[in-house]
Design a protein around this ligand. Structure first.
Ligand SMILES: *Cc1c(COP(=O)(O)O)cnc(C)c1O
Length: 400
């Protein structure tokens, strides 16, 4: 089955070169990199090379890279470490549009005596830096803000934020899972103290990620045990995953300019053609400051999930802004925080491209989308009836 995969913000395909680099470490090179023998030493060398490759992509020093199992672990570890390192401070600042790997940690911390400020966003998904500045106090241990939003692609002004955070002496953690490989990074000149990335969003396999921890930042591990990762993350290293992540980082660095330019062109063509062909739709998010591979489009009067089902019949993979929670159609917390009108809140679709996306695939989506939207709208009892649609959505919400 050939699929048109435009859901790369959810996960990506493993690059064949990444798999090739990993294979020896899934077969003949299986020793423990901490072992004293030469065999183990060969594995330790592979881990060292991967660390150099990832450090190069981030503009970091190798000693500042801690391998983790995923982006979620990086986010959890960074937040916990920041709090453990400053036990006297009990306040955290984050945003309403973070990934659940940050949001749900913060929610739990609220039950453990911490206070959390969730910064709001405007209708384009942008933060108000004055609100950030007003929220920062001497009690603020940590500011955790994502680099780029996974649903809309909106990019936050990380270094402008960082300057304000540093002025108040708080630690600054950035969830850069969507930014790594898409935005050039240089941690040497950055204000960021800790930065999370994940392998499976950059064509490495699932089960491997990394946390950048700036040299000098006091760090307390989430996983306690052996001395791996300089005592910052216990557990025998996932050597095949680490080698794959290193290779993926090398490829991202090699391709970043040309790949992002290509993706942006394809994305813009997809977006502009859909907007021109389909009435009553609009782009969600900050169009100027946006990841090159992402478009999130709201189609009035219809349900995003219905669009996805029909796209699925054409083997086209996309995503709706909303996560399907226990059978009820929960509108996306990101789009809700942006205050989108109900008429588009439920009918939003995200297409996310990658360096493998082809012109022919974009053509196909452009071909089928107008029919799909037209078909669903013909069935919609609220076509061009904002008030009726609003009322029906309010009823649905009230029933939950
Ligand atoms: C995917 C994602 C994560 C989680 O990463 P995993 O490796 O899947 O745990 C965290 N933050 C953002 C912004 C993401 O897109």
């Amino acid at each position: 089955m050939s699929v048109i995969y435009l859901d790369n913000n959810a996960t990506t395909k493993v690059d064949p070169q990444v798999l090739e680099a990993m294979m020896p470490y899934l077969t003949e090179y299986y020793a423990n990199p901490s072992s004293m023998h030469t065999f183990g030493g060969q594995l330790a060398k592979a881990v060292r090379t991967a660390r150099e490759q990832l450090a190069a992509l981030l503009g970091a020093d190798e000693s500042e890279i801690v391998f983790t199992s995923c982006g979620t672990e990086g986010d959890n570890a960074a937040i916990r470490a920041a709090l453990l390192a400053q036990p006297e401070k009990r306040h955290i600042i984050t945003t309403q549009v973070e990934h659940p790997a940050v949001l749900n940690v913060c929610k739990q911390l609220e039950t453990q005596g911490y206070s959390v400020t969730y910064l709001s966003v405007n209708s384009q998904g942008q933060l108000d830096l004055d609100e950030l500045e007003a929220s920062l106090t001497g009690n603020t241990a940590l500011v955790s803000i994502m680099y780029a939003n996974n649903e809309t692609g909106t990019i936050f002004p990380i270094e402008q934020i960082g300057l304000r955070v540093k002025e108040r002496g708080a630690l600054f953690h950035v969830d850069a899972v969507q930014a790594v490989g898409k935005i050039p990074l240089n941690m040497k000149t950055s204000t960021v103290d800790m930065l999370t990335m994940s392998g499976h969003k950059i064509h490495a396999p699932k089960g491997i990620g990394a946390l950048y921890v700036r040299r000098g930042v006091r760090f307390r591990p989430l996983l306690i045990g052996g001395h791996q990762e300089r005592g910052r993350r216990a557990g025998t290293e996932n050597v095949p995953g680490i080698v794959g992540l290193g290779k993926a980082a090398e490829l991202e660095l090699l391709h970043i300019e040309e790949a992002t330019a290509r993706e942006r062109k394809l994305r813009d063509r997809l977006e502009q053609t859909l907007l021109a062909k389909i009435p009553d739709c609009e782009v969600n998010g900050d169009i100027k400051n946006r990841l090159p591979n992402t478009t999130n489009i709201g189609f009035k009067y219809i349900e995003g999930e219905a669009i996805l089902l029909l796209l699925n019949k054409h083997n086209i993979c996309a995503s709706s802004g909303s996560a399907c929670t226990s059978g009820s159609l929960e509108p996306s917390h990101v789009l809700r925080a942006m205050g989108l009108p109900y008429t588009t809140l439920h009918g939003s679709i995200r297409f996310s491209l990658c360096r493998y996306t082809t012109d022919a695939e974009i053509d196909r989506v452009i071909e089928v989308m107008p029919e799909i939207v037209e078909r669903l709208r013909a069935l919609s009892p609220f076509k061009n009836d904002d008030a009726g649609w609003l009322q029906s959505q309010e009823q649905t919400l009230a029933h939950r």
